[in-house]
Ligand binder design. Structure first.
Ligand code: AMP
Ligand code: MG
Length: 411
């Protein structure tokens, strides 16, 4: 399948992404869930509005409702009743009359305009209007937010907090969504210790699974954490077999670079169709992708920055597609670099930066400092990638660079 690394040399980032997305078949299983449980879930059907929102013409202000023509020849109208939110005026407002009305209350029959109370003087039943109003002022029309029958949200949309509010305003409580994905996480490396364990000589704490878990929570998937697997052929085989049985996708980190214990590669090639790619990107050159019998496999590099950047730019888009979810477009901007940026031609750089505006209103970007692939704080304090094309060499301060805003996966 995804054989694109047979050619020597590095594969361009865009080609890697396209090849990988092309190899993914989205899930189709659907389940029905309650609206309150739907944050981050992916709609499996188009949602057509069963009603107008708002359902009736209503007032945008506390004040008085009337027919605008009533004020053409006079500035006083006679108070004929009240329309409160949830307790509408049931009669008809005649010419020369007005109705006391509250925000959100139904506009009475015969009325087409609302004046706010601050512009009125009440003297018993006689209401004086201090200003002229155009017809329709301060009126909210039935269906002006959502008209009955309109497709509000399309199949494939990931539901946000606001989407849930919109669906509630339509009276929709049961939703058809695609089932949740299960993702298995595996960390490989003899030097990795779980939090709480003492660090031996040369050990470090395993951290990739923590950051990856946080990123994956944005996709609302179920996560199975396999912890740390030692650099041992049989242990790796067992972990991959077990993970593949239980998950839709397996994400490992570490053990994909040249010089690593070759077990990972050997085991994966026995178990499935995995391609080991050298992608022309920095950070994150080594990356493995392919299919195990039951799941998709993503082999991230071990270095924390490389792992997170390849997860963000490659694995996350793939999982989003697997979820049957429409990807959101990324936001690219141009900004002036505040500092010199080291870069040698040959790979596309995703340096981490802080984008802001200077006092003249121009977009400026500053590097987060050392860009080493082990320096995770270079992502923690950043809000964007500074994207430098392959052929680009060093950047001088003051030059304009492409910036790609982080999406919410890192939050
Ligand atoms: P590897 O890709 O296995 O050669 O690992 C590259 C570097 O990343 C080494 O310094 C590893 O110690 C480190 N590393 C690998 N996996 C993890 C992990 N899960 N958490 C933190 N660091 C890791
Ligand atoms: Mg390793």
């Amino acid at each position: 399948m995804v054989d694109c690394c047979s050619a020597p040399g590095l594969m361009p980032f865009a080609q890697a992404l396209e090849t990988m997305l092309g190899a993914i078949t989205p899930i189709t299983d659907v389940e029905t869930i309650a609206l309150k449980e739907s944050l981050g879930r992916v709609l499996a059907v188009d949602i057509a509005s069963p009603m107008n929102v708002p359902p009736h013409n209503n007032s945008a202000m506390d004040g008085y409702a009337f027919a605008q023509t009533s004020l053409a020849t006079q500035e006083y109208l006679t108070l004929a009743g009240r329309s409160m939110a949830g307790q509408p005026f049931e009669g008809i407002c005649k010419k020369g009359e007005c109705i006391r009305i509250m925000t959100g209350a139904k506009l009475p029959e015969g009325c087409d305009t609302v004046e706010m109370q601050e512009n009125c003087q009440a003297n018993g039943e006689s209401i004086r209007f201090l200003e002229k109003r155009k017809q329709s002022d301060h009126v909210r029309y039935a269906g002006e937010d959502i008209a009955k029958g309109r497709i509000v949200f399309a199949k494939g949309r990931r539901l946000s907090a606001i989407d849930i509010g919109v669906l509630a305003s339509l009276g929709i409580n049961d939703l058809q969504v695609f089932r949740k994905l299960t993702v298995a996480l595996i960390a490989t490396g003899d030097e990795l210790k779980a939090l709480g364990e003492p660090l031996g000589n040369g050990d470090i704490y395993e951290s990739n699974s923590y950051a990856l878990t946080g990123m994956l929570q944005n996709l609302n998937v179920d996560i199975i954490d396999f912890g740390v697997i030692e650099d041992d052929e049989e242990a790796i085989r067992q972990a991959f077999i077990e993970a593949d049985k239980q998950a839709d996708a397996v994400i490992s980190s570490g053990g994909v670079s040249v010089g690593d214990a070759d077990y990972t590669k050997m085991v994966l090639e026995q178990l499935g169709e995995i391609s080991f790619w050298k992608i022309a990107m920095k950070p994150g050159k080594p990356f493995a992708f392919g299919k195990l019998p039951n799941s998709y496999f993503f082999g991230l590099p071990g270095n924390p920055v490389s792992a997170m950047v390849t997860a963000d730019l490659l694995a996350m888009p793939a999982l989003i597609k697997l979820q049957s979810c429409h990807a959101k477009p990324t936001t690219m901007l141009k900004a002036k670099s505040l500092s010199d940026l080291r870069k040698s031609p040959g790979r596309m750089d995703f340096q981490r930066g802080v984008l802001s505006q200077n006092s003249a209103g121009e977009l400026i970007v500053d590097t987060t400092g050392s860009q080493g692939s082990g320096i995770l704080t270079s992502i923690a304090f950043a809000n964007c990638y500074i994207v430098l094309p392959s052929e680009q060499g060093r950047v001088n301060a003051g030059e304009t660079v492409d910036v790609r805003l982080f999406d919410r996966f890192f939050s």
